[in-house]
Design a protein around this ligand. Structure first.
Ligand code: COI
Length: 354
């Protein structure tokens, strides 16, 4: 019941937009004029407010800072040539948000708070949606525990918020990837499938080690044998081997159920590929590479969209890819961009109009 959700709106006195060049935006550095904030107390969501973007005042004992009950989502809004604003597949992110919440023993966020709150916030800050190629308005819904108690237990109170960041490409150039054999991102039974803040913090050490060796990101492998591929950096990963597109399956709960991943699967099928969601070992990848059948490797993610991998290093074996002559990943990227910006038919009903 959308009407049941009472959202109060307090507008900023002056827009910061005039101080910003929307044509030159690094990822996640700037935030729009308004934000949404809501509180969970005594088993219900209340104080739902859209107000000027501003700092939070937090007690140092606030539970999220100590024990990491914190989850988030990443969604993007675009404009078509007529200036109409759309959000890409927000319902899918909404569902995943509550899956993450359940895993982290946090309350469910009602659909009307997430969806209608986001819609009203974006309607208010619509002018912040950049129109330049590869640019969009990145939407960051998040929730954290807010009890001011440092006993280890699920919090009784939570904050749900949405902030908006006009943004450019996350990874702008093709990437060099280090196949990680020591550190792991996720194990069966863990929180790999949840968009939990700690997953990202826990990945930083291994990523920093790979960067020291001259790589942009790591390819995460399974926790037991370090043999089966999982994800690349903050993205899902696809391998084009012959006329088959292969991406790791979600069955063990170690892989994030990416919305861009789901979209890529759909569009690759539309292109005529056989798509397999399954275990894929690094040995099979190397074998395909040596046979000349490993054509393309790319990552998919909301922030990253489609990111091309130009090099993959496993131990001392280096696989290099001729990204300039690729067909599939560039087509996929163009199709997605064209759907998002209204130049290609939205036949799967992905675009949610504001
Ligand atoms: C996203 O793709 O939205 C992500 O969550 C990646 C990252 C910026 C944390």
């Amino acid at each position: 019941m959308i009407a049941a959700m009472d959202i109060s709106i307090r507008k900023a006195e002056r827009s910061k937009l005039q101080d910003l060049n929307l044509d030159d935006l690094p990822f996640g550095h700037y935030f729009s004029d308004h934000m949404l904030e809501a509180d969970y107390e005594n088993g219900e969501w209340k104080n739902v407010e859209i107000k000027p973007y501003q700092p939070l005042l937090l007690n140092p004992s606030v539970a999220a800072l100590h024990y990491g009950q914190a989850i988030f989502e990443g969604i993007k809004a675009y404009k078509d040539a007529e200036g109409n604003a759309f959000i890409f597949r927000p319902q899918d992110n909404y569902k995943r948000f509550n899956i993450s919440a359940e895993r982290m023993q946090m309350p469910q966020v009602p659909e009307e708070l997430f969806m209608e709150g986001m819609r009203q916030l974006i309607a208010l800050d619509k002018n912040w949606i950049p129109t330049r190629q590869d640019h969009s308005l990145y939407i960051r819904p998040f929730m954290f525990s807010s009890d001011e108690v440092i006993g280890v237990r699920p919090s009784d109170t939570y904050k749900f918020m949405i902030i908006l960041s006009p943004t450019g490409p996350y990874y702008s150039a093709p990437m060099r990837i280090y196949v990680e054999e020591k550190y792991v991102r996720a194990a069966p039974g863990g929180v790999g499938y949840a968009k939990a803040a700690g997953n990202y913090g826990a990945a930083m050490y291994a990523t920093a080690q790979a960067k020291k060796k001259g790589y942009d990101q790591v390819l995460w492998m399974d926790a037991f044998e370090h043999k089966y591929v999982q994800e690349i950096g903050t993205m899902n990963v696809f391998f084009i081997i012959g006329n088959t597109a292969i991406t790791p399956d979600l069955n063990e709960g170690t892989i994030l159920d990416g919305v861009t991943r789901q979209s890529a699967i759909q569009l690759l099928k539309e292109m005529g590929f056989k798509v397999e969601e399954r275990h894929l070992s690094i040995d099979d990848i190397i074998e395909a590479y040596k046979a000349g059948l490993l054509y393309e490797v790319f990552g998919t993610g909301t922030a990253a969209t489609i990111s091309f991998i130009k090099e993959l290093r496993y131990k001392d074996f280096v696989m290099k890819f001729d990204v300039e002559n690729w067909k599939t990943a560039p087509t996929l990227k163009n199709w997605l961009t064209d759907i998002r910006e209204g130049r290609r038919e939205d036949k799967y009903g992905w675009m949610y109009q504001i």
